[in-house]
Ligand binder design. Structure first.
Ligand SMILES: Nc1nc(=O)c2c([nH]1)NC[C@@H]1CN(c3ccc(C(=O)N[C@@H](CCC(=O)O)C(=O)O)cc3)CN21
Ligand SMILES: CC(C)C(=O)C(=O)O
Ligand SMILES: [Mg+2]
Length: 269
């Protein structure tokens, strides 16, 4: 069982591995492969749920997927990614939504897309016993405002990210995702913090790395420029489904070994 303490203590020692999963089958594969952290990402909006963005994803979507992932996971830490507007609107509903992930969905921690508005909230959640992973740089829930481009590309923006990183560490976050920022910014944030940084499109100097599992497997129709495809699962799936279709259409499936004949059922009429 990986704990938030294990993850925190890995900072500056061995690399932390994190991948998303949105269902029990995929989570079992990720867990058995020895990945440290399974993130039930709101990227399920773009992947499992078929939306164009993460914005329509609900607390219910993340809670039910987190519960499924948790049932299939024995070793990895399970982190629920809080969807758009589930936190930050007001303190009480933010705490309630995050609390549901631990109480109902059995998550080990929550991740919040962070900003100036999540510093006090992070402190309050941690105080209540809800571990928080922070997330800075590209925060896709703000895509209407920022687009999907690289963040922290000028000194002002970079200082803003470094500052917020420090504030979230101070507030008690146990780790920080840095998304789509220059490698030299991610390196300096990593050096400035004692909690681990987990990068996605943030260079090699973070304490860990995360990617969307569909991108890693080769399941996505579109992937960000920073992702790497490590397999061809979509091709594998396509060839299996086509082989099934061909076998049914040709009468080759089901064959004798897949059917059962009961003697006394001959001559029913
Ligand atoms: N499958 C998948 N993988 C992801 O990594 C991912 C999701 N979905 N959904 C949620 C967010 C969205 N992400 C994205 C999506 C697109 C770019 C991208 O194409 N960036 C280009 C174009 C920038 C622009 O449009 O301005 C770039 O060059 O930065 C980056 C991150 C990362 N996340
Ligand atoms: C890519 C990670 C960091 C994420 O937030 C997600 O998958 O939703
Ligand atoms: Mg997310």
């Amino acid at each position: 069982m990986t704990t938030v303490r294990d993850v925190r203590e890995k900072a500056g020692t061995e690399p932390i591995t994190m991948l998303t999963a949105y269902d029990a089958t995929t989570a079992a594969v990720v867990d058995e492969a020895g990945i440290d952290v399974v993130l039930v990402g709101d990227s399920m909006g773009n992947t499992a749920l078929g939306y164009d963005t993460t914005l329509p994803v609900t607390v219910e979507d993340v809670a039910s997927r987190t519960a499924a992932v948790g049932r299939a996971t024995t070793d990895a830490l399970v982190v629920a990614d809080m969807p758009f507007l589930s936190v930050g609107v007001d303190e009480a509903s933010s705490i309630e939504h995050c609390g549901r992930m631990l109480k109902e969905a059995n998550a080990d921690a929550v991740k919040l897309e962070s900003g100036p508005h999540t510093v006090e909230l992070t402190e309050r959640l941690v105080e209540l016993g809800i571990p928080v992973m922070a997330h800075l740089g590209l925060t896709p829930q703000r895509m209407k405002e920022t687009g999907y481009g690289r963040q922290g590309t000028n000194r002002d923006e970079a200082h803003g990210i470094l500052d917020l990183a420090r504030q979230h560490e101070q507030a008690g976050a146990f780790s920080l995702v840095l998304e789509h920022v220059p490698a030299n910014l991610a390196k300096q944030v990593t050096q400035a913090l004692s909690i681990p940084t987990i990068g996605i499109g943030a260079g090699a100097e973070c304490d860990g790395q995360v990617l969307v599992v569909d991108d890693v497997l080769g399941l996505s129709d579109r992937s960000p420029p920073f992702a790497r495809q490590f397999g061809n699962v979509r091709e594998e799936m396509t060839s299996a489904v086509e082989a099934y279709r061909d076998a049914v259409e040709s009468g080759e499936f089901p064959a004798d070994e897949h059917e059962h004949v009961q003697d006394e059922l001959e001559d029913l009429y």
